[in-house]
Write a protein that binds this ligand. Structure first.
Ligand code: PDD
Length: 288
């Protein structure tokens, strides 16, 4: 059965969905996006994703394609038409179609909106998880990774370098020697006394929705979370490390640049946080 996508007012077979070759997303990567998990047919932390989408649009001085209350209606239609109760939504907004010119197009140019949905089993437990490897790479992204723009080339190259070196994710290291975040995830370590450390929000990282929810869940469980930068050396000496994202939830890290982290197995804190996050998702998306 063909998947159905939404493009600019129409629900079409994904194979037939077309983007204009003068779309500014295609020519300039002039657009923003969100990836939202779907559990029990509902969006996980949907409002937080829409808040971030609005901030990204503002950051690029881009008009939304429709009112905020319309977006969930479109997304729900896409989910329904694809019979998806578990998986992910990809939503992309670009500055629209106009003759190629670096400057913004005329103000009456409509933003383009695309919504795609995919069926996928969400991570259910870490029982069988062996943990993943990380490589570190120099921070080469532009200075506003807090804006979730589709301009992702540095992250694409970093992720491929990770895969080429047998790893799952790349962590960017800034000029001060501190970890900013992963190519497509936020970075965390656990140090002495079970202190959980992750970089504070700012213009240098994406405000991960999973990150924010996990901080709340950790604090509710009386775990100590400190938002501060941490260095690559501190990460290498950490008791545990893990990454968070909409797609991975909480993924334990067992090696960084070939240095084993902790005992080389998923750590207790990561497992506890994964379980808390999984329970949170089940509760938040349960019911009518
Ligand atoms: N990536 N940092 C970066 C650079 C990211 O691209 C992502 C998510 C995150 C985690 O954010 P969240 O918890 O809101 O998913 C952090 C998504 C999944 C992607 O681009 O596919």
């Amino acid at each position: 059965m063909s998947r159905i996508a939404y493009t600019n007012g129409q629900y079409v077979r994904q194979a037939d969905a077309m983007v204009n070759i003068e779309d500014r997303g295609y020519q300039f990567a002039d657009g923003v996006y969100e990836v939202i998990a779907v559990a029990n047919g509902r969006l996980v932390d949907g409002e937080q994703h829409f808040d971030r989408l609005e901030r990204s649009l503002e950051g690029l001085r881009m008009d939304p394609p429709c009112g905020r209350h319309i977006l969930p209606l479109i997304i729900m239609q896409v989910l329904r038409r694809n019979h998806i109760v578990q998986g992910f939504i990809y939503l992309q907004i670009t500055r629209g179609v106009a003759p190629r010119n670096f400057a913004f197009p005329p103000p009456d140019t409509a933003s383009s909106l695309v919504v795609i949905a995919g069926r996928k089993n969400l991570p259910a437990s870490l029982d069988m998880a062996q943990g993943v490897k990380i490589v570190t790479v120099p921070e080469t992204r532009w200075s506003r990774p807090d804006i979730k723009t589709v301009s992702l080339l540095a992250s694409v190259l970093a992720k491929q370098e990770a895969i080429d070196r047998g790893a799952y994710e790349a962590w960017f290291v800034d000029k001060a020697g501190t970890i900013t975040e992963g190519a497509s995830s936020n970075a965390w370590i656990v140090v002495d006394g079970k202190e959980i450390v992750t970089r504070p929000l700012g213009q240098d990282i994406l405000a991960g929705i999973t990150r924010q929810t996990l901080i709340s869940l950790a604090r509710e469980s009386n775990l100590k979370v400190t938002e501060r930068p941490f260095s690559i050396n501190e990460a290498l000496a950490a008791k545990e490390a893990f990454v968070t994202s909409t797609t991975a939830f909480v993924m334990p890290v067992v090696a960084i640049d070939d240095t084993q982290i902790g005992d080389g197995k998923p750590g207790d804190v990561a497992i506890q946080l994964f379980d808390a996050y999984r329970r949170y998702i089940d509760q938040a998306t349960d019911g009518l």
